[in-house]
Design a protein. Structure first.
Length: 242
């Protein structure tokens, strides 16, 4: 009799277990679902993945499949958030250009003397280019496309005049203090600061052959940075012979 009851209890337990609703997802799939439902996180992963892919292969060679795999997202989500590969490239460019401007704001240049502020900007530009080589790649790429993607960016149109105002304030303070010569155009100065770092780094391979020196050796990089700083100092100095 006891055996029969035990058998019945066992059968009932099995039946209840079978009827018990199963969890719709495992912890791993639940985590994946949570990531998919966080649009900001998903867009961020897509942007980072796209940045690597575009810097590696350019707009023409980049593959949406590769971006999706890197971002752990599907292609549908990429098109949902960014519409097309071209628009995704535009978003990457915008993010890169706004990134350097945000980093510059952290320098708090208005709190430094005019000379120190300008030195800090020159040093920052050099180091940013060194630490973010993909930025230079994007600049080169977008120039090949005649800036057709950046031209669409409303955020850049708002941000860059603010940066030029920062540079202009440095100049104006330096002129007022008698340490900078008058008549310096902030846009021209910023172009020169960018150019003396940009050219060296984007031509480092050919330059190393032409000039028969390793332009990327540590001592050469430090030598170039100090040359850049002194070049800008002499350019703005009130008394060029000083």
């Amino acid at each position: 009799m006891a055996t029969t009851e035990n058998t019945g209890d066992s059968a009932l337990a099995r039946r209840r277990k079978a009827e018990k609703p199963k969890s719709s997802s495992t912890p791993r799939s639940a985590s994946k679902l949570a990531r998919q439902r966080d649009p900001d996180a998903t867009k961020g992963r897509i942007l980072e993945a796209a940045k690597r892919e575009f810097s590696r292969a350019g707009l023409g060679g980049a593959r949406v499949d590769s971006i999706a795999a890197r971002a752990k997202a599907n292609k549908r989500m990429i098109y949902h958030y960014f519409n097309s590969k071209e628009d995704l490239f535009t978003a990457v460019l915008e993010d890169s250009y706004l990134g350097i401007r945000a980093a510059e704001r952290s320098l708090a240049l208005d709190g430094l003397t005019p000379q120190d502020a300008l030195d800090a900007l020159v040093r920052f530009t050099w180091r940013y280019y060194l630490e973010n080589p993909e930025f230079l790649t994007f600049v080169n790429s977008e120039n090949l496309h005649k800036a057709r993607h950046l031209r669409k960016s409303k955020a850049l149109a708002q941000e860059y005049p603010r940066f030029i105002e920062i540079v202009q304030r440095i100049i104006d303070r330096g002129v007022a203090d008698g340490v900078f010569r008058p008549g310096i155009d902030a846009v021209q100065l910023n172009i020169t600061i960018a150019a003396i770092s940009y050219y060296y780094l984007t031509n480092r391979y050919t330059g190393s052959i032409v000039y028969d020196r390793d332009l990327m050796a540590k001592d050469r990089l430090e030598e170039r940075l100090e040359f850049n700083v002194e070049t800008i100092r002499r350019l703005v100095r009130a008394d060029p012979s000083a």
